[in-house]
Design a protein around this ligand. Structure first.
Ligand code: HEM
Ligand SMILES: [Cu+2]
Length: 662
């Protein structure tokens, strides 16, 4: 099978010259040329915007009273900067070559690329799914820590009900940056690193379906991150991560950063999801039937469907917000015939599936890990897959539960209350599968397993508190309070991020050939678990006592609890620091090699060396059995990595012979 590869490899710098006459490194497209492209793009866009405005081209329309007038240069600046960034990375090079009829680099093998370029490949638009996975991993850790620092700032402010570090408006801006950055960028925290890296390995493929789209999906994230951060210099956005109109339409230039960054991230997740879906449908090895693909792959497919179907609605909403702010359209301005309620619907039609974009990958990781450390088959594999599909379908029918208090037709409330509570059924499937797998198992309490078990503990609390919120009468008092805050941090931080950590400890030996220090890992786990709970559990009580979200002053009687929470939160930040130190120490300084299969896993990804060779498998493997047959007497090996060429014989009974191509 042909392997996609770097254009640069066969054609030298920028893909245009022969390998013998390479341009110096600084002339080859990489992150530095991207930065130059982005800066030039921004300046051009900014000038164009100023031109439009000063020539009244753009302001011929009646100006909205509260909209400021310099949105054009900012929005066009961002838009052109994105194009410049992507062009600087060399994304368009092959396209142009095709347009002008020059030959596009032929596929060649990846290993020359890997040997030649060393660490530089991580700073370039690289088409190897394993490189993209590592790029995502490092990117996600950086984004998570940055957003986490904003969380520390929030908690520092809340140390006192009266003494203030920030002004009230700066406070909401910090909350907005924290919330938006987490919700936007953490959408890909598992699909980005682990999905892109491992899905091809897990289904026995040498490549992904669309390496260019995959690489592009990553390279859009640094731009989204920077645009969002730059909002702070433009007055921030005082409307939290939800961006409700009319506030967002009236607010300062920071709102443009919010809309551009969120829309861009929407594009990134669509590309990433689309690539995963097509890869899993079309690139499974012979014998890798739908009933044999690992649950982690199921969760990636389900997440990808959510991404591809929900994110376009977000992009639509952001686009309308931008045109409302620049071209004076009035989609969300009710005085001019629009509707701010429309925005809420668009946002949550994306926003609720988004929370499952954050939850499903976590389910996938922990269910993948449980059988390995229980040494038992996964209990109810099909139930797990059904649960994930059920969650995916239902999550498009519940969005109105975010609008219970926003003027929804009261008769509709019970309907959405019902659909919301129905989601506990497929979610319950996942818990059932986990409980069945753990039942009477001899558990090995390794670091990844500890994180996996903590996931269930935390997610259970998150899930149960969710039932209260989906209940209309209860929600009427709880919504907008710290109760909601506690609820979703239990599901996202306690679920997604714990699962992400489990994935790191479990798969980093695979992905980098390097083992993370297990002692530091245990310290990381216990501090993170204890301080996570002591940060967020009291917030349920704080919320019931009436402390509202997004407000920097609170009742004096709540000071002790808030101080407790803040100090726990700083310790929680410290535990993340342990992880970062462990990551840097183990991968850069100590570099303890790990080449084999340290967990004795049956997963197909573990059957090749660590890190896997270029092209993943020397031959397309033939899959012979499911990945969870632990302790099953006489279970065949998971796959034949060296199948006889030509035929897939009867020895492979059960393997899907029609698909065999090896
Ligand atoms: C280190 C752990 C974290 C801490 C201590 C923390 C703390 C906080 C606090 C105190 C607030 C609310 C402030 C207020 O409403 O006045 C908040 C809001 C929020 N956080 Fe976190 N957080 C953490 C991690 C996360 C993670 C991992 C995510 C999601 C991936 C997340 C998503 C959000 C969102 C969406 C909001 C709401 C923002 C808004 O109201 O618009 N947080 N966080
Ligand atoms: Cu929801």
């Amino acid at each position: 099978m042909a392997i996609e590869t770097q254009p640069e490899q066969t054609h030298g710098a920028g893909g245009s010259e022969s390998a013998g006459r390479r341009r110096p490194w600084w002339m080859r497209p990489a992150i530095h040329t991207a930065v130059v492209g982005a800066v030039i793009g921004y300046l051009l866009g900014h000038l164009l915007g100023n031109f439009l405005e000063s020539n009244n081209v753009a302001t011929e329309y009646p100006n909205l009273a509260l909209s400021d007038s310099s949105d054009w240069p900012i929005v066009l600046g961002y838009g052109f900067a994105i194009v410049g960034w992507v062009a600087g990375l060399g994304v368009f090079n092959d396209l142009f070559r095709q347009v002008i009829g020059r030959p596009v680099p032929v596929e060649a093998h990846e290993d020359t690329e890997l040997v030649n370029v060393g660490v530089a490949k991580y700073f370039r638009f690289t088409l190897d799914h394993k490189v993209v996975g590592i790029q995502y991993l490092v990117g996600m850790i950086i984004y998570f820590c940055t957003a986490g620092l904003f969380a520390m700032a929030i908690r520092a402010e809340l140390l006192s009900p009266t003494y203030h570090l920030f002004s009230s408006s700066t406070y909401v801006e910090v909350v907005g940056e924290h919330g938006t950055m987490m919700m936007m960028l953490m959408s890909s925290v598992i699909l980005g690193p682990f999905g892109n890296y491992l899905v091809p390995l897990m289904i026995g493929s040498k490549r992904v379906a669309f390496p260019r789209l995959e690489a592009l999906s990553f390279w859009l994230t640094p731009m989204a991150f920077l645009i969002l951060l730059s909002g702070l210099m433009l007055g921030g956005f005082p409307f939290g991560w939800t961006g409700y109109a009319p506030l967002s339409i009236q607010s300062t230039l920071g709102a443009d950063s919010y809309a551009m960054a969120f829309g861009l991230m929407g594009l990134s997740v669509i590309l990433a999801g689309f690539n995963i879906i097509v890869t899993v449908i079309c690139y499974r090895a012979p014998g890798m039937r739908w009933s044999r693909i690992p649950v982690f792959v199921w969760s990636m497919v389900a997440t990808s469907f959510l991404m591809v179907l929900a994110a376009p609605v977000l992009i639509g909403g952001m686009y309308m917000m931008i045109t409302d702010r620049t071209a004076q359209t009035a989609f969300f301005v009710d005085t001019l015939g629009g509707s701010n309620y429309l925005y809420e619907n668009l946002f949550w039609f994306f926003g609720h599936p988004e929370v499952y974009i954050l939850a499903l990958p976590g389910f996938g990781i922990v269910l993948e890990i449980l059988p390995v450390f229980c040494r038992k088959p996964l209990f109810g594999y099909k139930v797990a897959a059904a649960g994930m599909i059920g969650v995916t379908l239902l999550s498009f029918f519940v969005w109105q539960h975010h609008l219970f208090d926003s003027g929804i037709n009261p008769d509709m409330r019970p309907v959405f209350m019902l659909t919301t509570e129905l989601i506990s059924i497929p979610t319950g499937f996942i818990f059932l599968v986990a409980a069945g797998t753990l039942w009477k198992a001899k558990i090995r309490f390794t670091v990844p397993m500890l994180f996996g078990l903590a996931f269930f503990f935390n997610f259970l609390i998150g899930g149960i508190s969710g039932v209260f919120l989906s209940d209309v009468p209860a929600d009427t008092t709880e919504h907008g309070s710290f109760f909601v805050m506690a609820h979703f941090h239990y599901t996202i931080m306690g679920g997604l991020i714990f699962a992400f950590m489990a994935g790191c400890y479990y798969w980093l030996p695979k992905m980098m050939g390097i083992k993370l220090n297990q002692t530091l890992g245990k310290w990381h786990f216990w501090t993170m678990f204890i301080f996570f709970n002591s940060t967020f559990l009291p917030l349920f009580a704080v919320g019931m006592a009436g402390q509202p979200r997004r407000v920097f002053e609170y009742a004096r009687s709540l000071e002790t609890l808030n101080d407790w929470v803040s100090i726990s939160a700083f310790c929680l930040g410290g535990s993340i620091l342990i992880f970062v130190i462990n990551f840097v120490w183990s991968t850069v300084i100590a570099r303890q090699r790990e080449v084999g299969n340290p967990w004795r896993s049956r997963g197909l990804e573990w059957q090749v060396s660590s890190p896997p060779p270029p092209g993943n498998f020397a031959h397309v493997p033939v899959v012979l059995s499911g990945p969870y047959e632990y302790g099953t007497p006489g279970a065949p090996p998971v796959a034949d990595l060296n199948p006889p060429t030509g035929v897939v014989s009867a020895a492979y009974a059960g393997a899907d012979t029609a698909r065999a191509e090896a």
